[in-house]
Design a protein around this ligand. Structure first.
Ligand code: ADE
Length: 347
């Protein structure tokens, strides 16, 4: 790849780029939020979250000061919730140090929670117009095909090799457009099912020349995810539902959930469980099963709706409206809740 190819890519980007909300700003705070959301999540999913987040928390100070429950509610459904917690940690550091805004140097940025090499490059190139490459999965897919990269692209040394290549190619170009043109090519053209015939990098792409495009990128096989079985209880009492806050450590930390136990319980086992716990109920309905895939595990939930004779004491019972507006219920429990909605909407 040489400067001429970069010109073609940038030209293609000017004509074909999507009109995305974060492309109308250079505000480092907004770029940081968008790039953090976009790291593990698709563009279409991110757009409404991005708009809503910035409307609720328009400044770093607002982010530093927001209650964690509200922050997690803004993130509800996006997944990888540690991203939200790290955003707040970093916002607090910035406000405490009286900087007021994100630093504009690599050294300072990379020491902040949740800001890895990709985010450093994205913030510096997009918000601060510095010649600093940003290499994410999209960019790596493009490069692995252009250069027929034989090594596993998740290796650090592979990324470092392309960092050096991009840094040279980036000289004197518009850094924001340079970064986003590679991302955009990876998102629109150089995809799983690539559209090579209309690709601006066709001429310099080794794998296109050798008809080996689909052999790249080379990635090591992911480990199988363990299956985790759970039984979930939707305890209902006079149109309120019992929820609880999860632990502050581990998966889905500090989010809310319906009470649940490990493994699948049959209805008989559930009845003896409720008896043992002295929970008085009027009816039990088995709603069905749902699955949810996390980064390192797969959950299979069996869901029961249990109508209670009285509230279980010392527990939080909330209305549907409160559940929607206040408490952050992760997608896996939304799926369980949807089974309840489906079962009651038939009547
Ligand atoms: N994915 C990561 N960063 C992006 C950006 N700035 N635009 C579109 N998709 C992205």
């Amino acid at each position: 790849m040489n400067k001429k190819d970069i010109k073609k890519l940038l030209n293609w980007y000017q004509n074909s780029k999507r009109d995305l909300p974060w492309r109308h700003t250079k505000d480092p705070y907004k770029i940081w939020i968008s790039e953090t959301m976009l790291q593990q999540t698709r563009v279409e999913t991110v757009i409404p979250y991005y708009n809503n987040f910035l409307e609720s928390l328009p400044t770093i100070k607002d982010l530093a000061n927001v209650k964690e429950d509200k922050l997690l509610k803004l993130w509800e459904g996006l997944g990888y919730y540690s991203r939200a917690r790290n955003l707040q940690k970093t916002a607090k550091i910035i406000i405490e140090n009286q900087k007021g805004t994100l630093p504009d140097s690599k050294e300072e940025l990379e020491n902040l929670p949740g800001i890895g090499p990709y985010t450093v490059g994205a913030i510096l190139s997009i918000a601060y117009s510095q010649e600093e490459p940003a290499i994410d999965g999209n960019v790596m897919r493009v490069l692995s095909r252009v250069y027929e990269e034989k090594e596993d692209i998740s290796k650090k040394k592979v990324r470092e090799k392309y960092y050096v290549i991009l840094k040279k190619l980036m000289k004197k170009e518009n850094p924001s457009d340079f970064t986003q043109s590679f991302i955009e090519l990876g998102a629109l053209i150089c995809t799983k099912n690539p559209s090579c015939t209309i690709c601006p990098l066709q001429n310099c792409c080794k794998s296109y020349k050798h008809h080996t495009v689909l052999e790249y990128p080379i990635k090591k096989k992911k480990k199988e995810k363990p299956n985790i079985l759970k039984t979930v209880f939707i305890f209902e009492y006079q149109n309120t539902y019992m929820i609880r806050k999860r632990n502050e450590e581990g998966i889905l930390a500090n989010l809310y959930e319906f009470p649940n136990v490990e493994n699948f319980l049959t209805k008989d086992e559930l009845e003896s469980f409720l008896k043992r716990k002295k929970i008085a109920y009027t009816s039990i309905q088995e709603l069905g099963e749902v699955t949810h895939i996390f980064s390192h595990q797969k959950w299979l939930l069996r869901v029961y709706l249990i109508s209670l004779k009285k509230k279980v004491s010392n527990n939080l019972f909330v209305t549907k409206k409160e559940l929607q507006e206040i408490y952050s219920l992760p997608t896996v429990f939304q799926k369980a809740w949807n089974l309840k909605k489906e079962s009651t909407s038939q009547f």
